[in-house]
Design a protein around this ligand. Structure first.
Ligand code: P1T
Length: 382
């Protein structure tokens, strides 16, 4: 790891094309490759299995997360599904109770039918995690910070618990991106991304990724990527290669905007609770400072009621009401009926996903404009 993050993002896997000197990785929009004779080819047979544009993107991702191999998928959900397929039927998985609603739905409504057993625990409580490990547990699965209430899992501490029991520890690093957090360097075995978010960064593609350290796991994932076939198109990989070059500068501006809005919300009488790990009032601010190099562009606020939440969303001018996050444009989302509709109401209530909760994905617009927009919308509901 000779170079810094931004240099790696711009150059690793993105060397000038040896054939023509093109400084941008060519888009190999092809499904198949000529073979000179049966079985005699240049390393590429079929684009589900290998594609040079995808290979460049995977090489880049490997360098950003400081892993040994990366695998691109057609969506974040496809990436998560591939990782869970590493486990034999009958495996017990300790999963965070606080996760993206789609992950919970995949675990409960799809994978639980295939012989995996999921137990949901409070990952912020290490004793709970320790006590929940069983003889048939094979994996610990967490998202940190969590979507949407920004709770943190102590990656180094949970890695230690996992490794004491020979379990795989998987971290969904979507919210921080590798720019602000690199779980593999803190002990995690597998990192997952919804590439749709900060890595893609422009709300114009859906993608996923898995990055690993261990070569045996890499081999299994490579097999699954080809055998199951949920791969991204060469064009989407090409868009990712383009997007990732600006990841470092984007993340800085996302964070600057989120911090300014979080500070405003903390002072504003209309806001009951602010969830942002960059605020000293966040219960895990010290852990955030220890394991992350920044706090990201996501925050959630609780306005106390559905009526106030709806009125606030309605008043916003720059933030667009939409699912997803991590794009250059600011988005607002209502988790109860949008991203977390698949989570049972009792669990939602316990996690703080209330009718008054609103999630903000702060884009990279001018800070003053976003702050003014949130201020006027809050003033209207105060
Ligand atoms: O949408 P997809 O690319 O398949 O990724 C799923 C996913 C995985 N992990 C996390 C932490 C996520 O937030 C998501 C997708 N989330 C949204 C669509 C959302 O608005 O929260």
């Amino acid at each position: 790891m000779k170079y810094g993050f931004a240099t790696r993002a711009i150059h690793v896997g993105q060397e000038p094309d040896p054939l023509t000197g093109a400084v941008v990785v060519p888009l190999y929009q092809t499904s198949t490759y000529e073979q000179e004779a049966v079985g005699k080819h240049r390393g590429y047979e079929y684009s589900r299995t290998q594609n040079p544009t995808r290979a460049a993107w995977e090489k880049n991702l490997t360098a950003l997360e400081e892993g040994t191999a990366a695998f691109a998928f057609a969506s974040g959900m496809a990436a998560i599904d591939a990782v869970l397929r590493l486990l034999p039927p009958g495996s017990h998985v300790l999963a965070a109770e606080d996760m993206y609603g789609g992950t919970y739905r995949l675990f409960q409504q799809v994978l639980a039918q295939t012989g995996l057993e999921f137990q949901y625990v409070d990952m912020t409580d290490l004793d709970t995690v320790r006590m929940a490990v069983r003889s048939d547990t094979r994996m610990i699965y967490a998202e940190t910070p969590t979507n949407p209430t920004m709770r943190l899992t102590d990656i180094a501490a949970v890695s230690e618990i996992a490794h004491q029991h020979q379990l795989l520890f998987v971290v969904d690093n979507t919210f921080m991106s590798p720019y602000f957090q690199r779980p593999l360097t803190l002990g995690a075995d597998i990192v997952i991304h919804s590439v749709t978010k900060y890595l893609g960064g422009h709300s114009d593609l859906v993608g996923g990724a898995v990055v690993v350290k261990d070569s045996a796991i890499a081999e299994q994932l490579q097999f699954l990527q080809n055998a199951v076939g949920a791969v991204p198109s060469p064009f989407d990989c090409w868009l990712c290669l383009r997007s990732v070059k600006t990841l470092a500068v984007r993340m800085e501006q996302h964070q600057k905007n989120a911090l300014a809005i979080a500070q405003l919300c903390e002072e504003h009488p209309a806001v009951h609770i602010v969830y942002y790990p960059g605020l000293p009032s966040h219960p895990q601010h010290t852990l955030a400072q220890r394991q992350m190099t920044g706090f990201g562009g996501m925050l959630s606020i609780d306005l106390g009621s559905k009526e106030k939440a709806f009125a606030f969303i309605d008043r916003l001018q720059i933030f667009t009401l939409a699912e997803s996050l991590g794009g250059v444009e600011s988005l607002v989302c209502y988790p109860v009926t949008m991203t977390h509709a698949s989570v049972p109401e009792s669990l939602r209530r316990r996690l703080g996903i209330t009718e008054g909760l609103v999630r903000l994905s702060c884009g990279i617009e001018d800070t003053a404009d976003l702050v003014a927009d949130v201020q006027q919308a809050l003033d209207a509901v105060a």
